[in-house]
Design a protein around this ligand. Sequence first.
Ligand SMILES: Cc1cc2nc3c(=O)[nH]c(=O)nc-3n(C[C@H](O)[C@H](O)[C@H](O)COP(=O)(O)OP(=O)(O)OC[C@H]3O[C@@H](n4cnc5c(N)ncnc54)[C@H](O)[C@@H]3O)c2cc1C
Length: 418
Amino acid sequence: MLPIHAAVVVAGGGAAGFMAAISAAEAGVGDIALLEATSEPLHKVLISGGGRCNVTHACWDPRALVGHYPRGGQALRGPFSRFAPSDAVAWFDDHGLELVEESDGRLFPRSNRSESVAATLRRAALQAGVQLHTGVSLQQAAVAAVGGFDLLLRGGGAIRADRLVLATGSHPSGRQLAAGLGHGLVPPVPSLFTLALAGDPLLELAGVVMDPVELALHLPREPQAVRAAQPFRQRGPVLITHWGLSGPATLRLTAFAARALKVSGYRGELRLDWSGGLSQQALEGLFAEAKRDQAKRQLANWRPWPTLSRRLWLALLQRNGLDPQQRWADLAKRHQQLLVAALRDTRLAITGRGPFGEEFVTAGGIPLGEVNLATMESRQQPGLYLVGELLDVDGVTGGFNFQHCWSSGWLAGQALAA
Ligand SMILES: Cc1cc2nc3c(=O)[nH]c(=O)nc-3n(C[C@H](O)[C@H](O)[C@H](O)COP(=O)(O)OP(=O)(O)OC[C@H]3O[C@@H](n4cnc5c(N)ncnc54)[C@H](O)[C@@H]3O)c2cc1C
């Protein structure tokens, strides 16, 4: 049964909404109604991290942590100092869920199943007395003359709430509700996506992973403001796919260049340094070594450095007109130069966004300047709190997006109880 009055209504049963409701309830606030529009709360938690849920990242220093947020950045130092990844790890541990760190710093539940993260949140909400209402969508929110908010629900029904938390993620309804309560909007654009390439130039190499690769993105048709930020560069693992490029370095690149890519219609040139940034001299040194020490070997059977993918090496040989059976000793200077150039500077035309990504998030949302980042309370409307992806904050892949949900949700919960 839906209440007609609640001390706190949280709209949105995702990571941020659950964290806000639970931490407020555990800090002593009674009478909290958590409204979720769909029949499946925590849907994104369940599908996240390939079904494993990358809960947070082992980046313990807030000064370093903020570098992983293309939108948010330095402004998040305060919130992350108050509720850091170490606090998230401890919070889940206190609630019966152990997180395990992988070699790249990502933290997952020991079970390796996102269901255990969702179950932990659902159980904590229940135990703290949060009333969860699924299939209930908040349609309108108006400031009540006597204080608090008059809330109208889709399909009928109304609730009077003393305080309101909007945790609606990237859904447009939350932005409209916030606009109705006096908030502006940084226009939403996609972030964290893969890249499609013109003519599938790497199709035969689908499945190849190279690490590290240096990527530089050049977007020619930018307005001056964006041109000034160019080129966008990243270094790290790249995965060649059936449609183009994916992998952590590609996703980081598209996150930092999200707005610029949108402006340029997702068209531009990507320059790849497969050597990960070796100087021309260093690469030539590797070739000279191979010619001297592996003189009798065929090109196909010896690569300039061991982690260079064999498939990529063979493709580069073929594209540059070289016979893979040729011996290293017979590699002409002219051909060596072609190979060094291809390894250091492969240029590919981008034609759009790729169809899949490990993780999609929205850049844009409610401007951070309109929120008190110590409490997540709106500066436009007292009693209103904004948390999670609804805000103009997004992180790169690696658990950073959930971390912002835990931090902002927890801060709102504490402020509601204060
Ligand atoms: C495929 C995928 C994988 C991901 N994997 C990871 C990962 O491993 N690690 C990571 O850090 N991030 C990951 N992310 C990003 C992460 O899922 C989001 O950043 C995060 O879920 C945002 O949480 P939120 O609570 O702000 O919003 P959401 O999770 O979107 O929750 C908002 C909720 O509000 C509800 N809602 C909307 N409007 C209303 C309304 N008017 N009334 C009531 N309810 C409403 C929605 O139905 C939804 O349930 C992934 C994203 C995707 C798409």
